[in-house]
Design a protein around this ligand. Structure first.
Ligand code: NAD
Length: 511
């Protein structure tokens, strides 16, 4: 139940405000769409009418409901019209002084009970509320893009927000058909706090020559089940927007991963902003999947994480073929073969083959089938090449796995390959956020599933895969890179130590 009847959205001519106004009016509330630009307002009014018409055409709304919805919408460029609103949601420019000035002015116009909500992505709710005159009645209400379609709202309270205000605002989001999660007034709340450094890591990986943007997208989608690859997402949100996010977060968090990667600055300087400029991270180049593959034989020297016993890959193997696949950590050079495939765990290929300052050329190709800890292996094969790996060896490896039905990507012999390099720091962040009380595990997972379309949340996934395994992987990555993002999170350290202790002294009750 909510006592809120009338809602205003400031900045309703903009991307977010237009969508938020649709959420409010569709939820049955009298809604004022306010913007200082009448042109922006009339543009977004047209878009709202189109959206409702589409809903009718697709049978999601009756024509009568659509008419009633439109009748509840009022447009205004006069702030005085907002006087009797119960809730004002601002989605104007991301600028602290401009937002503060708006709330200060609204405080003199609106009734004392009116709640002010901010849709800010990067600013502090406490700071936005500061000096407005009703600091106890200001909340954070962070919608996701496109707001009219996305159900998730990250709700946060400033230091002075009253419990009653937070409860009322929360109840309104539910009455409007949205799904709220609770988070703290911290940079990026949950979603952007996890996403901004992750996206920067992706750009840094491209800059480091790890893999192409296309292969990074394939790896993340196939290995982790994300609906959209990170490079596609970055091109969609705009590389210039990612710069602004980094510039907003880094000075506050001093997290190096949040700082703007040099390649990102160069891309923006070159006018390559992503979809809006026609050029971004993705090059548009695609590759044909192989439809024939050479024979291969298998040499097994231990348990294979990629192909546990019973896997059908074994049925495809033949005796004394021109390609050898080593499973379980073994390797023996054999220059007479087209390719020698070496299964990898957390180590680099160079551990097996040796390295010669980039001059090595060999038929050895590393590979690993991505697997989240003890989960069943995914459909992704990451191939690992050294600087001068033979092209014929790489082609043979790719063909063998593609013909067997796997998604195949190629990466340089760098720590973590693609998926672990990119996803493990995110798990560390999520585990640390949990310790710091940013949100509950359920709300963090819900945010990633609803806001980003992930099949599961980071806490759910890293826990299922095993925190002790996360410790092993991140310890290996940290040892190789020295980067703080890979230092195992406290919960992983504890899980690993607990496991080791249990192995030495089994629980006396369980025996
Ligand atoms: N774009 C996103 O993906 C996204 C997602 C979540 C939150 N946000 C946040 O939403 C807010 C708006 O972002 P956007 O991308 O929709 O911006 P936008 O530039 O598309 O729209 C801003 C609108 O605000 C209007 N405006 C500016 N100053 C105003 C004022 N003083 N009074 C009334 N109207 C004013 C502008 O005319 C414009 O129509 C920002 O705080 C942003 O951080 C954005």
């Amino acid at each position: 139940m909510t006592r809120i009847r009338k809602v205003a959205v400031c900045g309703a001519g903009g991307t977010m405000g237009a969508g938020i106004a649709l959420v409010a009016v569709r939820g049955g509330f009298e809604t004022i769409r306010f913007d200082r630009s009448s042109e922006a307002l009339s543009r977004s009014r047209g878009a709202a009418e189109k959206f409702l018409k589409k809903s009718v055409d697709r049978g999601r709304m009756s024509p009568e409901d659509s008419d009633a919805t439109l009748a509840r919408l009022q447009d205004s460029t006069d702030l005085a019209d907002l006087a009797d609103c119960d809730l004002v949601i601002e989605a104007i420019y991301e600028n602290l002084e401009v937002k503060q000035a708006l709330f200060k002015e609204l405080n003199t116009i609106c009734k004392p009970q009116t709640i002010f909500a901010s849709n800010t992505s990067t600013l502090s709710i406490t700071q936005i509320a500061s000096g407005c005159g009703r600091e106890d009645r200001v909340v954070g209400m962070h919608f996701c893009l496109p707001a009219e379609l996305m159900k998730l709202i990250e709700m946060s309270r400033g230091l002075n927000t009253s419990d009653e205000t937070f409860r009322e605002a929360w109840a309104w989001t539910e009455a409007a058909g949205q799904l709220p999660v609770e988070t703290q007034d911290k940079p990026g709340f949950i979603l952007n706090a996890l996403l901004v450094p992750f996206n920067n890591d992706v750009i840094r990986a491209i800059e480091a020559g790890l893999a192409t943007a296309e292969d990074i997208d394939i790896a993340i989608k196939s290995g982790l089940g994300y609906k959209m690859g990170p490079c596609t997402l970055l091109d969609l949100i705009g590389l210039d927007t990612q710069v602004l996010l980094g510039e907003a977060f880094y000075p506050i968090t001093l997290d190096r991963r949040a700082s703007v990667p040099p390649l990102l600055r160069r891309m923006v300087a070159a006018g390559r902003l992503g979809n809006k400029s026609g050029q971004g991270l993705l090059t548009g180049q695609s590759r044909q999947r192989a439809d024939t593959a050479p024979d291969f034989s298998i040499v097994a020297s231990g348990d294979s994480r990629s192909f546990p016993s019973g896997d059908t890959i074994v049925d495809r193997a033949t005796e004394r073929a021109d390609v050898t696949m080593h499973l379980g950590g073994g390797y023996a050079p054999d220059p007479s073969k087209t390719a020698v495939l070496v299964e990898l765990d957390t180590e680099c290929l160079g551990v097996h083959t040796g390295e010669d300052m980039g001059r090595e050329g060999s038929n050895a190709v590393g590979f690993a089938r991505y697997r989240n800890g003890n989960d069943a292996p995914s459909n992704l094969i990451e191939l690992v090449r050294q600087p001068a790996t033979d092209a014929a060896a790489l082609d043979a490896a790719r063909a063998i796995f593609e013909v067997a039905g796997f998604d195949v990507v190629v990466c340089a012999d760098q720590p973590g390959r693609i998926v672990d390099r990119l996803v493990r720091p995110k798990y560390n962040d999520a585990l640390r956020f949990l310790d710091e009380g940013l949100a509950t595990a359920e709300d963090m997972d819900k945010t990633c599933k609803l806001g980003l379309g992930y099949p599961d949340g980071p806490i759910e996934r890293v826990t299922r895969g095993g925190l002790a395994r996360h410790f092993d992987v991140t310890s290996a990555l940290y040892a190789m890179t020295g980067q703080p993002g890979y230092a195992p999170a406290r919960r992983a350290v504890v899980a690993s130590a607990h496991q080791a202790k249990a192995a030495v002294c089994p629980d006396p009750v369980k025996g």
